[in-house]
Design a protein around this ligand. Structure first.
Ligand code: SF4
Ligand code: SF4
Length: 150
């Protein structure tokens, strides 16, 4: 299964140029950002023979990504860090390793990962933080219900 994610994201084509790391927003978001949680770091670990196949699914670094796709757009080899991390997260959740996920308080669908959600909440101190507990679709419905009430 992990092999399918590696193939679909072109991870094996990585030439270690570091361009994805240079544009990854996690560098500005997290004070403890390091190569270990960078897109290149995740790719390296996913491909490493030092790692048992399932070890990458336990890696806390998987949950720091925003899914912005910046690294994919700049990659000269067509590697998608977004698809790689998204695919690995899906496998981790299938194994019930879902403690780093925030689910919609209304419909139960996945909203985002906890590290990303915590970062956004810090930026929005004093605003309507309760909306962040909803997925986009439910947030739209709540806005509609609130704004159309007579
Ligand atoms: S930009 Fe592409 S080739 Fe370069 S390190 Fe990142 S994934 Fe690898
Ligand atoms: S998709 Fe994730 S790993 Fe890739 S650049 Fe964006 S935040 Fe970084």
């Amino acid at each position: 299964m992990i092999n399918q994610v590696l193939e679909a994201s072109n991870a094996r084509l990585c030439v270690d140029c570091g361009k994805c790391v240079a544009v990854c927003p996690m560098a500005e978001m997290y004070a403890d950002f390091s190569m270990d949680i960078s897109p290149r770091g995740i790719i390296k670990k996913a491909l490493s023979s030092d790692y048992l196949p399932d070890d990458i699914l336990d890696d806390a670094g998987l949950w720091r990504c925003t899914g912005c796709d910046a690294g994919t757009l700049i990659c000269p080899e067509g590697v998608s860090c977004k698809d790689l991390i998204k695919g690995l997260r899906k496998l981790a959740m299938e194994k019930n390793k879902d403690q780093s996920i925030r689910f919609c308080a209304r419909c139960g669908s996945v909203v985002t990962s906890l590290p990303v959600s915590d970062y956004i909440k810090k930026q929005l101190t004093g605003k309507r933080l309760d909306y962040l507990n909803l997925c986009l679709s439910c947030r739209q419905q709540v806005y509609m219900e609130r704004n159309t009430m007579g």
